[in-house]
Write a new protein. Structure first.
Length: 202
């Protein structure tokens, strides 16, 4: 693979840097603070977890996820999963915003593929559909379904028990009983799947 980069005219230093990047470990400290992993956590080797990040028991982080707890903290609750290509980040503390905006994800939360969560707070049993974007200061109450591609603007509050869709997001309708049950089942499905990955690795 790296010979292809030589053909494209990259310097040896560039190639070494690229190789080191490909071989980097998924768990990285920042300013002396390292991520903390609970019991039976799965982190894919291509993910990058940096700094003040805490993963609860049975959480799972899938390929190409980036979670940077560098200027504030990230907390991910038990049995929650963050799927391929999602980006998790935070906002630093300042005189205007003394606490900044940490990223808090509750328990039994499913974050779908290629989502972006920035400085927001998610309760328990939430499903964030593929490609959704949730901005600073947003609070999502328990038992919420956020549709694929939804944009949640800063400082909004999403009420428990509803489906939200659109750009910008709109409260669409109350969740059906089957949808409420699926919020928890989705997390269960990913606990089972990550256990299979852990078993395969052993």
């Amino acid at each position: 693979m790296f010979y292809a980069f030589i053909e494209k005219g990259l310097t040896i230093a560039c190639i070494i840097s690229l190789k080191e990047s490909f071989m980097a470990q998924p768990i990285n400290s920042f300013k002396g603070i390292s991520p903390t992993l609970g019991k039976n956590v799965y982190v894919d080797g291509s993910a990058r977890i940096v700094g003040d990040v805490v993963l609860g028991d049975d959480a799972s982080i899938w390929p190409l996820v980036a979670a940077r707890g560098d200027v504030n903290k990230i907390r991910i609750g038990a049995r929650s999963n963050v799927q391929d290509g999602s980006v998790l980040h935070v906002t630093r503390k300042s005189s205007q915003n003394p606490e900044g905006f940490p990223l808090i994800i509750g328990e039994d939360v499913t974050v779908g593929h290629k989502c972006m969560l920035h400085g927001c707070q998610l309760g328990d049993r939430i499903l964030v559909g593929m490609g959704a974007i949730i901005m600073d200061g947003v609070v999502v109450e328990d038992d919420v379904f956020i549709g694929a591609g939804t944009l949640v603007p800063p400082n909004k509050r999403l009420e428990s028990g509803y489906l939200y869709v659109g750009n910008p997001m709109q409260k669409k309708r109350p969740l059906k009983e089957s949808e409420l049950a699926f919020l928890k089942q989705s997390a269960v499905n990913y606990v089972v799947l990550k256990d299979e990955y852990l078993e395969e690795a052993n």
